[in-house]
Design a protein. Structure first.
Length: 140
């Protein structure tokens, strides 16, 4: 893999980034929100309200995290020296970089290629905190 990923650096989300965010948004709505709605429909009383509330708050959360990134169509940019780390809560391991106190999720291939303590220019989705693009920078 190339040492840099440069999908789109003109401060507008490209097709690849939009497709990625749409995929995550739709997956979250289908696999989290709608099951809560289906359970709520089959229940009575307080349980219906409880699962209905889960449905409403999950929709609001996913629209905030992924929908607004798509709506505003502008990645955030930061410059600096990065630190990388990974977490495994359940399932597969997730890879992150930390730059200027911003935790950004990255693909494993990127995590393996970036070097800690080097200066980078990083473009990321501002609410969902996913890497959109990066390159080495002398500004950091």
């Amino acid at each position: 893999m190339n040492a840099e990923i440069s999908y789109n650096l003109d401060k507008v989300l490209g097709t690849l980034q939009k497709r990625f965010l749409w995929k995550w948004f739709i997956q979250r709505v289908i696999f989290v929100s709608f099951p809560a709605l289906f359970v709520a429909v089959g229940l009575e009383g307080i349980w219906r309200w409880a699962f209905g509330t889960v449905f409403i708050f999950s929709i609001i959360s996913f629209v905030w995290r992924y929908g607004l990134d798509l709506w505003y169509n502008k990645p955030s940019v930061t410059y600096g020296h990065l630190t990388k780390f990974s977490k495994r809560i359940r399932g597969p391991r997730h890879y992150y970089i930390l730059i200027n106190d911003i935790q950004i999720r990255v693909p494993k291939e990127v995590w393996l290629t970036v070097e800690e303590k080097k200066g980078y220019e990083v473009y990321y989705s501002p609410r969902s905190k996913w890497l959109m693009s990066y390159r080495e920078s002398t500004l950091a």
